[in-house]
Design a protein around this ligand. Sequence first.
Ligand code: GRF
Length: 207
Amino acid sequence: MLRVLVCVSGGGTNLQALIDSMESGAVKGAKIIRVISNNRNAYALERAAKHGIASECISPKDYDSREEFNRAFLQSVDQAEPDLIVLAGFLVVIPPEMIAKYRNRIINIHPSLIPSFCGTGCYGLKVHEKALERGVKVTGATVHYVDEGTDTGPIILQKAVEILPDDTPQTLQRRVMEQAEWVLLPRAVELIAEGRVGVEDGRAVIR
Ligand code: GRF
């Protein structure tokens, strides 16, 4: 059984998609062993509680320095003994030591077709605002491994979503979630649980 740790900051709809996919049996061979949030008020924590999943809040605000927070965060992650760490709307920079220790075992979901509309400062609604500003006709979502850069790691899965003429950042965000994110993230976890995702020459390959 693949032991999955999910890190969240907000609403947790991607966490919910993962929970649902496991409870329905659509995703077999993986289970969520713990949820970590940096935000005490994240609704994602309630979602975890409703499904009997252990959770905890570790916030940088509770530590004197970033180093102390990073240490506490990594310690908590280590204690959970995860096989896979899923960043599902986690708005905290992952400490470099953690990236090195869990190389190709941390995945992130980003609401655009990387390398478009990604990188430092490009998260949440801003991603969709930029896509609409640029006038692209298609956007989507990407699941990728996390490396030292921002949204630069090996791409595992992508799914395109059409942009409609009347879209607002909000309507587009919703469609990208429904049509791409909530489908891709469980699928990526399933593929990893099946041992079908490898990384060769910096690129993810699905066997
Ligand atoms: C999603 O759009 C995800 O792609 C991004 O943050 C958002 C999180 O939403 N990384 P939720 O908390 O899963 O509802």
